[in-house]
Design a protein around this ligand. Structure first.
Ligand SMILES: [Mg+2]
Length: 191
């Protein structure tokens, strides 16, 4: 039996996009994100965070810091009975400054590498799964991985709106935020 998942972008979707952040003290989780994760948990989907972290290749944060931040985020969500099943981050960036991470890699959204890896690791049926994000890169990655996609308005919406207009690839739905997007997924299950 395969699992279903909702893949969720981190910055601008689950938490406020404040640029490159390395420490949990800089994280501002949107208040509706806890409920969103709970709704997804209750409806039998795995919750998997999918995040580009070029901050690592750029030498701004270390991989250790990013992992630590994700552990603390997971703990805080869990303390509110909202379970994040996994975090996948992409540390690579072709124009980075740290040699180890300075390369083009298929994990970096808009490429679907992280979603494909998660699907393999966690036995996920991608055709029954969704990608929710605030950036067209999320939509394109989700689409390339054969997921349904929902674009949310909680990132830099004025920029994203322009990117959306120019893109041939379109999201299946647009929602105000990750909670409304999650409720949309649940509504679709009824049909
Ligand atoms: Mg984002």
């Amino acid at each position: 039996m395969l699992n279903k998942a909702i893949f969720i972008d981190r910055d601008g979707t689950l938490i406020e996009d404040r640029g490159y952040i390395c420490d949990f003290s800089q994280v501002n989780i949107f208040p509706f994100s806890f409920e969103a994760v709970k709704v997804i948990n209750e409806n039998g989907f795995k919750v998997i965070v999918i995040t580009n972290q070029s901050s690592i290749a750029r030498g701004i944060c270390t991989e250790h810091q990013v992992k630590k931040l994700h552990n603390k985020m997971e703990e805080l969500f869990r303390s509110k009975r909202a379970i994040i099943n996994a975090f996948y981050y992409c540390p690579f960036y072709e124009h980075g400054v740290i040699e180890k991470y300075k390369k083009r890699d298929e994990c970096r959204k808009p490429l679907p590498g992280m979603i494909l890896k998660a699907a393999k690791d966690l036995n996920i049926d991608l055709s029954e799964s969704f990608m929710i994000g605030d950036n067209m890169k999320d939509v394109i990655a989700g689409c390339k991985a054969d997921c349904k996609t929902i674009l949310v308005k909680t990132g830099n919406w004025s920029k994203t709106k322009k990117d959306l207009k120019l893109s041939k690839i379109k999201p299946d739905f647009i929602s105000d935020n990750v909670l409304k997007a999650s409720m949309k997924v649940i509504e679709l299950l009824k049909y």
